[in-house]
Design a protein around this ligand. Structure first.
Ligand SMILES: NC(=O)C1=CN([C@@H]2O[C@H](COP(=O)(O)OP(=O)(O)OC[C@H]3O[C@@H](n4cnc5c(N)ncnc54)[C@H](OP(=O)(O)O)[C@@H]3O)[C@@H](O)[C@H]2O)C=CC1
Ligand SMILES: O=C(O)CCC(=O)C(=O)O
Length: 528
């Protein structure tokens, strides 16, 4: 069945797969069965597992150098793999801030650069009390893979500050954000052409606005591209319409590529379409909230939401827009009057689609056997451990992996970056012109018909009217995001087919990304 699904995919220059045995390194071997593996080891394990599938193909692709011996080709691939599987740079910074209480507190922050095959690097900044070196490193790996997976021309990075943002006032958070920014700038770690941060857990437009302002008033004072220091900014400060909801929106677009496909739904025994599909979501933050607001209008029912301080359930469905209003006022979903409080383990309740949109390592070997869903859409980064991943595959649960499922955020960040370095918003130069062109085309057809004695009035139908009227920045961003998700999903499906990976979409997505990272490393030479 897989063969016939993928006919229209543009091929990368790789031929039929020939398997070589890529060795999973000793230090990540245990991860396959570990209950709670270190996060970066877990991502490295997934990367090596995919390299086992991809390596032969990468070696074959070097046959384009006809004079190279087989040995030389193998060696070259090994060298590129070494670069792909190591961190280029990671920094830890410690700085004091003055708390409102008058006490000083030492704050620890990190920024990791994974692969420098493309610049600038890109990755969010997380504020959470469990941020550490290992986590930031693993998240940077994921960013490289994610950008390659959705064809966004950035390398991968990630940053984090080890604080619980709820325990600090807005003024204190501003001091922390500004100081963290300055410390990174002093060391040339971030910059519009170096590494461009964005929001992640615990940060939002507000922090991005502070970062942009800090840069513009200090190191970026004479930099015409200073706005491009960070993405996810408020629109009034150079941000782009559609970035706030981009990750949830992209998650929906990605799910759509599988849920609307008969072949993929047949594989897991579900009907196509979102209508009447029951969904459970973990995390009602940026990603979770917006995913819900797209999936419900498409026909699905959100029956349960799990948050850090409690879960809610309603078998008839929860209105995400109404819950958003409640959440905005109360800062919690607990006590929401149109659903019941749920006491048990919500992730293990029966549903069709489970969306982990909060934290890493929430689906482990412990609950992978009891989870009762058909599809998992990974809104969070790294929610599934390798041991769980294996169990889910065996249980024929379709896991749509983070590196594509939550890539809508970085895709729209890329559009924002382009807007900033181009110094013009999307649609500004073309909106009126496009409308004029369409009007003239219709008129020209009408005139030609008249010349042939056919006297009809040609009017745009509703869809064309919609296109004529809706070429605002938000529409252009939404359509760009759709295209990005569609083509990434097509590439992943094709890869799954070509390497006979069956329902292992994670390995397919990694192989798809690895091929592109390899091409860019290999083509540009490995060292200065
Ligand atoms: N923002 C973005 O653009 C992107 C985010 N991601 C990933 O998505 C995930 C969520 O990020 P984002 O939505 O931005 O973060 P937010 O901080 O906006 O939201 C996270 C939500 O999850 C809740 N939460 C935390 N831990 C748990 C838990 N154990 N059980 C249930 N709920 C929990 C948080 O509660 P509380 O606030 O009370 O702690 C919060 O409401 C992260 O893995 C992030 O890396 C991926 C791509 C892009
Ligand atoms: O928008 C971005 O640049 C990065 C978002 C991010 O951190 C992520 O995708 O995990």
């Amino acid at each position: 069945m897989f063969r016939k699904i993928f006919k229209h995919v543009k091929k990368l220059p790789f031929s039929t797969p020939k398997r070589y045995v890529h060795e999973i390194p000793e230090h990540v071997k245990d991860v396959e069965t570990a209950g709670n593996p270190p996060f970066s080891a877990m991502v490295q394990y997934y990367l090596h597992r995919a390299l086992q599938v991809a390596e032969g193909d990468l070696i074959e692709s070097l046959k384009r150098h006809p004079r190279w011996s087989e040995e030389k080709r193998k060696k070259r691939v090994k060298d590129v793999i070494k670069m792909m599987t190591s961190i280029a740079n990671i920094i830890e910074i410690n700085f004091p801030i003055l708390r409102n209480s008058g006490e000083y507190e030492l704050i620890t922050g990190y920024r990791a650069h994974h692969c420098l095959h493309k610049l600038p690097l890109k990755g969010g900044i997380r504020f959470a009390s469990d941020v550490d070196r290992d986590e930031v490193q693993g998240l940077a790996y994921l960013m490289t893979l994610k950008c390659a997976c959705v064809n966004v021309p950035f390398g991968g990075s990630k940053g984090g500050v080890r604080i619980d943002p709820k325990k600090y006032s807005s003024k204190e958070l501003q001091s922390i954000t500004r100081r963290y920014t300055i410390e990174l700038l002093k060391r040339n770690i971030i910059g519009p052409g170096i590494d461009v941060p964005a929001p992640d857990m615990g940060t939002s437009q507000r922090e991005m606005a502070w970062i942009a302002d800090e840069y513009m008033k200090t190191f970026g004072y004479k930099d015409i591209n200073s706005m491009a220091i960070v993405t996810g900014k408020p629109v009034f400060q150079g941000g782009i319409r559609g970035r706030i909801e981009a990750t949830g929106h992209g998650l929906f677009k990605c799910l759509e590529q599988f849920v609307e496909s008969k072949e993929w739904m047949d594989l897991i025994g579900l009907k196509t379409g979102f209508a009447d599909k029951n969904v459970i979501v973990q995390g009602f933050g940026n990603v979770g909230q917006h995913a819900c607001t797209y999936i419900v209008p498409a026909g699905a029912k959100i029956i349960g939401i799990k948050e850090i301080d409690g879960s809610i359930f309603n078998k008839d469905g929860i209105d995400p827009f109404d819950l958003q209003d409640y959440y905005t006022h109360k800062k919690t979903i607990v006590g929401y009057p149109k659903a019941e409080a749920f006491q048990g383990e919500l992730l293990e309740e029966p549903c069709d689609i489970l969306l982990p949109c909060a934290k890493e390592k929430v689906i482990t070997a412990e609950n992978a056997c009891t989870i009762q869903t058909k599809i998992i859409g990974e809104g969070a980064n790294g929610p599934t451990t390798p041991a769980a991943d294996k169990i889910l595959q065996e249980r024929n649960i379709l896991v749509i992996p983070d590196i594509v499922c939550n890539a809508g955020g970085v895709a729209v960040s890329y559009f924002e970056y382009l807007k900033n370095i181009n110094h013009v918003s999307f649609g500004k130069l073309t909106k009126h012109r496009d409308k004029e062109v369409i009007t003239h085309i219709l008129k020209s057809i009408q005139d030609s018909l008249k010349g042939a004695n056919i006297d009809v009035e040609i009017n745009p139908h509703d869809d064309l009217n919609y296109i004529m009227e809706c070429s605002t920045e938000a529409d252009i961003v939404a359509s760009g995001l759709s295209l990005v998700m569609e083509s990434a999903c097509r590439g992943i499906k094709e890869t799954a087919n070509r390497f006979a990976l069956c329902n292992d979409l994670r390995t397919a997505a990694y192989v798809w990304a690895i091929q592109k990272i390899f091409l860019s490393f290999e083509g540009q030479g490995l060292s200065l």
